[in-house]
Design a protein. Structure first.
Lengths: 218, 249
């Protein structure tokens, strides 16, 4: 839910200036790295469309930051608990026998053939899932938080290196956009896979923490 | 739920509530509550403002080299179309005044020439708009802290409120930003007079906050300990338009 709120408000914020730059500074007088083919919510941005979308930037920014606090706090708790409860070691780090390219390729093959997960897989995550989750938790989420903060002039004044290593404030904005796109794609594929694997049983398993409930009931 | 669970949960809830109350009290005491802290986005706004104030109270905004100045210069928005502004502009802003009042020992009023005779500071900083665009420019002006010292701010002062000639547009900063060495009453940009499109003849430049805190065409500064007396009490005309009072992010 936090993610959807952040995504929705993020989209609203982007609409006020759907142009992206690289470096420290960028505006309509400087060349854009790329432009989104959408109209803007500000008349000052030349988009080629004849109309201006309603401006939703104010409350979107309020909600974006408030939700970010909730999401970061929840994510922080999750990471702490996954360290101490063994969730990280048991469920997320690749199993010992799986740490090879051979397993990696064979899993990719299975995925491309759309093989549905076997019965035993209902109990744990396979290698590709584990790698994806690790990347999302330990690369994409930290990166989206970092680039978000790097856009803040106050944070930049205290920790200038957080901006300069990214190439500048506008680079941080551009990276923030791409990481958000990747997180959105992850969410889409994640939900799609759950549907393919059986929505009902997965949802039940997620909430109750028990897999294979279907069979017991049957 | 058994009795033990009930007691533990109750104790945890009580501890949480008193923890929040203590945090709230401390935040209030150290001026970490923004004026728009009530309302649906108040909790997030308060966390952001308090966290950034703790981290940034004495930090300096990044300064850049002359080669990084954005070319061509960028000006956003239209200058006021009022007759009063156009008359002052026609006179080369010779009659423009900046009044300083409120909680000061010596209320005063300055012309642009008088401001220029005061010690000045130049800095090349980044101005980022909350919309997403930005530019780097060299700003020249008199530090706000110098003007406040000259007027003699009273010890109970907590905020400086500043008004545009367009009275619909006003804002305020806390003393951490008001007394910050990089906070300028800017009258010059990129080695020339501050262009009207960029806020000339006078603009408040607060480089640790976003563009909309940098109110253009300022004519009055009021020092106060209570923002409730201004407008609808939210510290700025921004919250009424949906924007946060604090714009450090």
């Amino acid at each position: 839910m936090c993610f959807l709120a952040l995504l929705g408000t993020g989209v609203e914020i982007v609409i006020s200036h759907p142009r992206f730059y690289w470096g420290e500074a960028g505006n309509v007088n400087t060349p854009a790295l790329f432009k989104l083919p959408i109209p803007a919510s500000r008349g000052s941005v030349p988009t080629g469309y004849g109309y201006v979308l309603p401006d939703q930037n104010g409350w979107s920014r309020y909600l974006h930051f408030q939700t970010a606090w909730v999401a970061v706090f929840t994510g922080f708790l999750y990471v702490i608990f996954s360290f101490f409860s063994g969730h990280l070691r048991r469920d997320l780090l690749p199993r010992k026998g799986d740490r090879s390219w051979r397993v990696f390729y064979s899993e990719i093959r299975n995925h491309l053939r759309f093989q549905r997960p076997s019965e035993e897989e209902a109990w744990s995550y396979n290698l590709l899932q584990r790698l994806t989750y690790l990347i999302v938790i330990f690369v994409l989420f930290p990166l989206v938080i970092w680039t978000g903060l790097a856009m803040s002039p106050a944070i930049a004044s205290t920790f200038p290196a957080t901006v300069t290593v990214l190439g500048g404030q506008q680079s941080a904005r551009t990276i923030h956009f791409f990481v958000s796109v990747f997180l959105f794609l992850f969410l889409l594929i994640h939900v799609l896979m759950i549907c393919l694997a059986g929505l009902k049983s997965r949802m039940r398993a997620m909430i109750t923490g028990r897999a294979g409930a279907d069979k017991e009931l049957a | 739920m058994n009795r033990r669970k009930l007691i533990t949960t109750g104790l945890a809830a009580a501890a949480g509530a008193s923890g929040l109350a203590i945090a709230g009290g401390l935040a209030k005491r150290y001026g970490l509550i923004p004026p728009d802290s009530l309302g649906p986005y108040g909790p997030g706004e308060t966390l952001t403002y308090a966290a950034q104030r703790i981290l940034t109270s004495h930090s300096m905004a990044r300064e850049f080299s002359p080669s990084e100045i954005s070319k061509p210069p960028f000006a956003n928005g239209e200058p006021p179309k009022t007759e009063a502004f156009q008359r002052l502009q026609a006179g080369g802003f010779a009659d423009w005044r900046l009044a300083v009042d409120g909680m000061v020992a010596r209320p005063a009023s300055f012309s642009i020439a008088e401001l220029k005779s005061r010690p000045s500071r130049s800095q090349i900083t980044h101005l980022a708009c909350e919309e997403g665009w930005s530019y780097i420019a060299e700003w020249k002006g008199v530090p706000l802290s110098h003007i406040l010292d000259a007027a003699g701010i009273l010890p109970q002062a907590k905020y400086v409120v500043y008004f545009s000639i367009d009275r619909q547009w006003w804002d305020s900063v806390d003393m951490a930003d008001a007394l910050h060495p990089q906070t300028l009453i800017a009258y010059g940009m990129n080695g020339a007079e501050l262009p009207v499109g960029n806020g000339g003849p006078l603009r408040l430049r607060v480089p640790r906050q976003l563009g909309y805190k940098n109110v253009k065409y300022i004519t009055r500064l009021t020092v106060t300990d209570n923002l409730k007396r201004f407008g609808d009490g939210l510290g700025s005309s921004s919250p009424a338009a949906g924007y946060a009072w604090y714009a450090g992010i």
